[in-house]
Design a protein around this ligand. Structure first.
Ligand code: PEP
Ligand code: MN
Length: 372
């Protein structure tokens, strides 16, 4: 059960103290307080855990400072969509709004390579009105002998270049808690020219200690990729780990499943789950067409498979696209064969726009024709 308190209820107010005194005396019930400082107001929710079936909604609603009460199902307590649950499905970070109702493109380098490449990428993004990108500094690789990313050494200049070209959010994978601190230090050292969305990759979806660490910090939002060989439910529970530790600014990323049934694609595209995740949870949903398809193969209609699957995710309501681009794919340090070129960026963005407009028309049509 969740008690949603009146906006701007502070933890030192008499009403809050009275409420907690009451909750402390309930048998077999534990509680946990979540606070979120929004742009306009402070939101406080109290999660009740334990024998909540015995509590009446009416009684709880009449407690001091309580505005609303939501009875939650067992699953995804924090991130889930529960009955009569009208809590927001969006958040803001560094001036960018992420929600289940909008769409952002994160085109960029799978792995940071040269300064010239990074700068060319960011310049192209600015020219095309983009404020988000992806840049890999820490790369989890199958072989220990493969390039592992430039790590913290590249962070200051990558962040400075991002600031120069108006990039507000960089999606960047972290594979260890020290990486979070390195990102934080580099942002401080450079005067916060940009923002970072921490990416948990598919190999770490169930690295619970990493999830807890990233969930405990509130500075950075998180993009959690679906685990490549586990059920959707297991991956959604991984997202809930982040939220249960306090960080609810989580985006859920679909990136294809590892099975030969998807051949010749690198992974079996799972974007049919975009609306499913939006129905089960309040998270915005990201698609990663590059790591799903893994090639630059082209269909007879002239469209790359990467564009086709992107459109499939977007027409189903995806909210974020993480996609590999590179100014010179043959010189990319990781995943060059699946990267699109800067010359392909405008056509890619146009295609996304076509699919997004089609999605919006479909949703409006469904709303207008809905019966019952
Ligand atoms: C990536 O986005 O660079 C990446 C490694 O993705 P995934 O974790 O989905 O394999
Ligand atoms: Mn990659």
């Amino acid at each position: 059960m969740i008690l949603i308190l009146e906006p701007d209820t502070t933890t030192d107010s008499p009403e809050f103290r009275q409420l907690l005194d009451y909750l402390d005396n309930l048998p077999n019930i534990r509680h946990r307080v979540h606070q979120e400082t929004g742009v306009q107001q402070l939101l406080t929710e109290v999660y009740l855990i334990g024998d909540t079936a015995a509590l009446s909604l009416e009684d709880m609603r009449s407690l001091p400072a309580v505005e609303r009460v939501v009875r939650v199902s067992e699953e995804y307590r924090v991130l889930g969509r529960h009955r009569d649950d009208t809590r927001p499905t969006h958040f803001e970070y560094n001036g960018v709004r992420f929600g289940q109702d909008n769409l952002h493109v994160f085109a960029g380098l799978c792995a940071v390579s040269t300064r010239e490449h990074v700068e060319a990428m960011m310049r192209a993004l600015q020219v095309h009105g983009q404020v988000c990108t992806r840049m890999g500094a820490y790369k989890p690789r199958t072989s220990p002998y493969s390039f592992q990313g430039y790590g913290k050494a590249c962070l200051p200049w990558v962040f400075e270049l991002a600031g120069k070209y108006g990039i507000r959010v960089i999606a960047m994978e972290v594979t260890h808690e020290t990486h979070v601190e390195e990102v934080r230090e580099a942002l401080e050292q450079t005067g916060h020219p940009t923002g970072v969305m921490l990416q948990i990759g598919t190999r770490n979806t169930q690295n619970f200690e990493l999830l807890k660490y990233v969930g405990r910090q509130r500075d950075f939002p998180v993009l959690l990729k679906r685990g490549f060989g586990i059920t959707l439910e297991e991956s959604l529970n991984a997202a809930e780990y982040l939220a249960s530790e306090g960080n609810r600014r989580v985006i859920f990323g679909l990136r294809g499943m590892k099975t030969n049934m998807g051949d010749p694609h690198r992974n079996f595209v799972d974007f049919a789950h975009v609306p499913v995740v939006k129905r089960l949870t309040r998270m915005p949903v990201c698609i990663d067409p590059s790591h799903s398809v893994g090639s630059r193969d082209r269909a007879p209609d002239g469209l790359l498979d990467v564009l086709h699957v992107t459109a499939q995710g977007v027409i189903a309501g995806a909210n974020m696209i993480l996609v590999d681009f590179h100014p010179e794919p043959s010189k990319a340090l990781v995943d060059g064969p699946q990267a699109l070129t800067l010359e392909e960026l405008p056509a890619f963005l146009d295609d996304v726009q076509i699919a997004r407009e089609a999605y919006e028309k479909r949703a409006a049509n469904a709303a207008a024709r809905r019966v019952g």
